[in-house]
Ligand binder design. Structure first.
Ligand code: HEC
Ligand code: HEC
Length: 396
């Protein structure tokens, strides 16, 4: 009997040890200094396949370099960017989830939870607006906002950030490699972080491979989903358009999640004084969406099936509901055969189109499954295991 209990205790201890060992590999706060390759990884010049211009929003004074992105990588994974050294960007933007988080809200500074769902950061160079409410218009402006945010990283005083980073021996040479001198400033921190984020180009999905071979690599179900997604009858690509499936980066829409939103997205911004922006949120990229659950700005849907069911039967009649999700508004054309003979509709953003009741898509079970199967072809597994985007503090 005693022996049995001892054995149990032993196995429990072994299990704990194993669990602890596993845990050691994942956190961003592993080692105190980063381990970097002798020759920097190549972030700049390689074949992006069919992605037109993955860095289109790059400002002339902050062109991507391998050294700049290397510094950005260290900053992205460094918990010293938070007030109490516990939270890094990567705490909420995890490589294995295409730099999103797998929880509704993310746990930040002092265990506070973010009110919104952490979005995947991929193809940031192909966007012209950041955050769910598009309140930041450039990446250089965006990247320091989480550091100051008291829910996320709590380091409101940028002087203190600079002082703190100057104390870490590993930074001076990295700043010198990236910018020519060892000076550590908030501007340079923002520039390097932006470079690293821009270098996270997602372009190696099954869908991308399919583009080159007329989708010979797709199953029948995936093909069916692709045809539905891009069909005139369905509205998906009316909003999730472009190479990055994000409406070319600045679109926002109200997709009728609620009759009354508790978080009004763009409507809550001070610059938007009237109610016509209520419930408008950024059109997110659908690349890697299979690994970025839960979904929507508040993480309300746990599966892609739930998302499809929302578009199929769940859209609510909000006064700002986007015309593409109403009975009267199809894909770009109000009336006609959808083949170009209809009356073109001028995009009535923001909201308030009043083209009638929410559309029901009347999808069959197979059609629903096919849409999910198609969305799953947008996953870029290479991105998620690419060492140049991995945690440099984890190695030693
Ligand atoms: C505590 C969790 C947390 C931390 C830490 C964090 N983020 Fe975020 N991030 C979020 C959430 C949540 C959002 C969405 C917020 C919103 O839309 O209001 C977001 C949004 C973003 C976006 C906008 C993406 C888009 O497509 O609109 C970028 C870029 C980003 N974060 C980069 C960073 C960087 C760089 C850092 C480190 C300096 C960082 N984040 C730290 C949770 C976090
Ligand atoms: C009117 C524009 C519009 C149309 C049409 C549209 N979407 Fe969306 N989609 C959005 C917006 C905006 C969001 C984010 C909404 C929010 O969080 O409040 C979104 C979110 C999503 C998400 C969740 C992404 C994430 O990271 O959380 C998926 C998946 C998605 N849409 C798939 C589709 C599919 C499939 C279709 C066609 C059936 C479709 N969308 C049609 C605008 C649109």
């Amino acid at each position: 009997m005693a022996k049995k209990i001892n054995l149990l205790l032993l196995s429990a201890a072994v299990l704990l040890l194993v669990l602890n060992a596993c845990r050691k590999e994942t956190p961003v706060t592993g080692a105190t200094t980063p381990t970097l390759p002798e020759v920097p990884y190549n972030y700049v010049s390689y074949d992006f396949g069919r992605m037109l211009d993955p860095f289109f929003n790059q400002p002339a004074n902050n062109m991507l370099t391998n050294e700049g992105a290397t510094l950005g990588r260290v900053l992205f994974y460094d918990a010293k960017l938070s007030l109490n050294n516990t939270v890094a960007c990567a705490t909420c933007h995890k490589q294995q989830f295409a730099f999103a988080d797998n929880t509704k809200g993310s746990i930040g500074f002092e265990s506070k939870t973010t009110p919104r769902n952490s979005p995947a950061i991929i193809n940031a160079g192909m966007s012209s607006g950041y955050f769910w409410d598009i309140r930041a218009t450039t990446l250089e402006e965006q990247v320091l906002m989480p550091v100051k945010n008291h829910v996320e990283m709590g380091l409101e005083n940028m002087d203190n950030l600079e002082i703190k980073l100057r104390k870490q021996d590993y930074y001076a040479p990295l700043f010198e490699d990236a910018f020519g001198t060892t000076e550590i400033s908030r501007e340079r921190i923002a520039m390097a972080l932006s470079q690293f984020l821009r270098s996270m180009v997602s372009y190696r999905s099954k869908y991308d491979a399919g583009m080159a071979v007329d989708f010979q690599n797709f199953s029948a179900l995936e093909k069916m989903g692709k045809d539905l997604f891009f069909s005139w009858d369905m509205t998906c690509q009316g909003c999730h358009s472009g190479d990055n499936f994000n409406g070319w980066g600045t679109s926002a829409a109200n997709i009728g999640l609620d009759d009354n939103y508790t978080d009004n997205g763009m409507g809550d911004l001070l610059v938007n004084q009237d109610a016509s922006f209520d419930g408008l949120f950024k059109v997110p990229s659908l690349r890697n969406v299979a690994v970025t659950a839960p979904y929507m700005h508040d993480g309300r849907f746990i599966s892609l099936e739930d998302v499809i069911e929302h578009y199929n039967t769940g859209v609510k009649k909000h006064r700002n509901l986007d015309y593409r999700l109403t009975e009267g508004g199809g894909f770009f054309f109000l009336e006609g055969d959808g083949g170009g003979n209809g009356i073109p509709v001028i995009d009535p953003l923001p909201g308030g189109s009043d083209f009638g009741n929410p559309r029901k898509l009347n999808l069959t079970e197979v059609q629903k499954r096919s849409l999910v199967a198609f969305l799953q072809t947008l996953t870029d597994y290479e991105l998620m295991r690419d060492p140049k985007f991995s945690n440099p503090f984890a190695a030693n």
